[in-house]
Design a protein around this ligand. Structure first.
Ligand SMILES: C[S@@+](CC[C@H](N)C(=O)[O-])C[C@H]1O[C@@H](n2cnc3c(N)ncnc32)[C@H](O)[C@@H]1O
Length: 306
């Protein structure tokens, strides 16, 4: 695998859909097919992911891989080398994120903004369940074009779901949302799942401040980060090389205390960290594998302290 260049120069996003957005959905279906832990993926989510992947050429390619024994072995080998435990971590983190967002909706949030949504189906599912709230997805244009195909395959788009194409390393989130033809106001939940690592440090800081602004005084930011040292063992160089090869460079890594400091500086009062092992144990209890994923962690940051 080629080594990434030493510097961190900004490479333009590719005019094709994000490969890692597909990798997440493929990983969810892989986990759903496991005899021991497949129940981690709710059956309706697995069904929707299947329909979504069948809607695009790249999705069909990923599904074909899942159907070949050799490709499944390769997927596991890649996982072990690049990000141990990630295939189970994908649905585990999605369950935790969905819970955090639903909790905020029950507490009165009226808008959910999913940044870098990829092919994730949370906003669609919640838009159907919460017709009085507004849901917005932001992503790079090429990825969002594939997402539109996936959403079309799933049925009529809920009228309270909006898709905004934008590069979040350049665009200002409040300006983007101000362009929507719907009223703003009310507490907002911003979700940034598997995004911050692709942003330069400065853009990451700016995004946290913008998220605090659009959340309003009682909103919530649900966000993941990648640690400096990826455990078990430092797989950082391989991960960087893998992502460089995909043209989705790993640009920022933070440890939990740095992430909390960043979010507090941005204006959040409470920032609760849940590491990969904590998320896995919370969901699976004694069924949790011996060495759960421990590179990416989740932070639930609230504007108002509880
Ligand atoms: C690993 S995927 C995660 C997708 C989704 N959040 C999930 O977890 O299923 C990374 C996503 O970040 C998006 N992304 C990367 N850089 C971005 C940027 N500068 N602006 C907007 N989206 C970006 C990609 O298009 C892709 O959808």
């Amino acid at each position: 695998m080629p080594e990434p260049p030493g510097g961190r120069e900004h490479r333009m996003p590719r005019p094709v859909a994000s490969s890692t957005a597909y990798t997440v959905q493929q990983g969810i279906l892989y986990t759903a097919s496991r005899k021991d832990l497949g129940d981690v993926v709710p059956a309706d989510l697995a069904r929707d992911v299947l329909v979504a992947l069948e809607a695009t050429a790249e999705g069909r390619r990923r599904l074909a891989q899942l159907g070949r024994r050799r490709s499944r072995v390769w997927l596991r080998a890649q996982e072990a080398a690049v990000l141990p435990g990630i295939l189970l971590h994908y649905p585990v983190r999605k369950v935790a994120i969905a819970r955090a967002v639903e909790e905020a909706l029950r507490a009165g949030a009226t808008r959910v903004v999913v940044l870098a949504a990829g092919l994730d189906l949370l906003a669609r599912r919640l838009a159907l369940a919460w017709p009085d709230a507004q849901f917005v997805e932001v992503d790079l244009p090429a990825t969002q074009a594939d997402k539109r195909q996936a959403l079309d395959a799933l049925g009529p788009q809920p009228p309270n779901l909006w898709l905004l194409p934008a590069d979040l390393s350049q665009a200002a989130l409040p300006d983007l949302l101000a362009g929507l033809p719907v009223g703003v106001g009310g507490p907002t939940v911003v979700v940034a799942e598997a995004l911050t690592m692709y942003l330069p440090a400065e853009a990451q800081r700016r995004l946290a401040a913008e998220a605090a602004e659009v959340c309003g005084p009682s909103g919530r930011f649900v966000v993941t980060f990648v640690r400096h040292t990826l455990a078990p063992g430092d797989v950082g160089p391989l991960l960087r090389a893998y992502l460089w090869f995909k043209r989705e460079d790993l640009r920022s890594q933070l440890d939990p205390d740095e992430a909390v400091a960043l979010l507090v500086e941005a204006g959040f009062s409470d920032a609760a960290v849940q590491t990969g092992p904590e998320l896995t144990h919370d969901l699976l209890g004694e069924r949790a594998p011996g060495r759960p994923h421990d590179a990416e962690f989740l932070v639930i940051a609230d504007r108002a302290s509880s």
